[in-house]
Design a protein around this ligand. Sequence first.
Ligand code: ADP
Ligand code: MG
Length: 287
Amino acid sequence: MTTKIIAVINQKGGVGKTTTVINVGASLAIAGKKVLLVDLDPQGNMSSGLGIDPAIVQENNVYNALVGEKSLIQLATTTALENLFVVPSNSDLAGAEIELVDVPRREFRLRDSLSQEILDFDYVLIDCPPSLGLLTLNALCGSTSYLIPLQSEFFAMQGLTNILKTAGLVRDHFNPALEEEGILVTMFDSRSNLSKQVYNELKEFAGHRLFANVIPRRVRLAESTSHGLPGVIYDPTCLASRSYQAVAEELEMRARGETPTQTAPKFVPPDPVDRFGKVGRPAPTQP
Ligand code: ADP
Ligand code: MG
């Protein structure tokens, strides 16, 4: 298998991009894949969420790759998980967006920083900032596919249309090989009728482009960040963690060219608490 480089994009903040990168990445690493996570957001949430020492971030900022000082791989640092590596970032990256405006091949800085060693990795997941600016453009130009985390809420469809338009433009003008990995519904609240309604609209619009697994909203997952650990390690039994593991398996299926079969009816609330009115019952079969 060649290296899959996946940009995780959405111009909206707080939709679960960083959480998705951390937990899908960690799940793949636990499954034995060699994974590199790239923090392309100057807020550096992924780096702090993985508990990377700020001194190491300072030395190994993704900024150094974008300005051509080092290759991306030279900046990769280790994490608590054996197969999981990260190229971190911090607020220094904010300057890059301005500095890069006038440089040649400004859209390809990330792609140009990829060296042969990238082929050692099975997956590279890129955590993008909440905008469709130059950093996200670099991610899309340097990736083989993109994944869109989306909250099932009022403006979801409108936001999705904009992202798909941008991705289409990048494919047409810069990266013809760019594929769509899929759309992942995150922070799903199965008690909300609006959530379900929007989910059904998304499903109607996107069909199999929507990941069969949905990520429910769970406090344990949000807590994991403050412990500097992926949710799938901090609490592997939490339903949101298990859902992220299932998404990683879905990604693997897609990488093998298999289409995940949707065995579930049109919509199965992915939440045993709501289905059985009680915590601790086995999760419903996830598609
Ligand atoms: P983004 O990277 O798109 O800005 P984050 O991944 O940082 O979004 O998520 C925004 C906030 O929501 C964070 O505080 C995160 O811990 C929390 N969060 C993400 N996913 C979940 C979830 N499934 N359940 C509960 N909280 C979540
Ligand atoms: Mg983020």
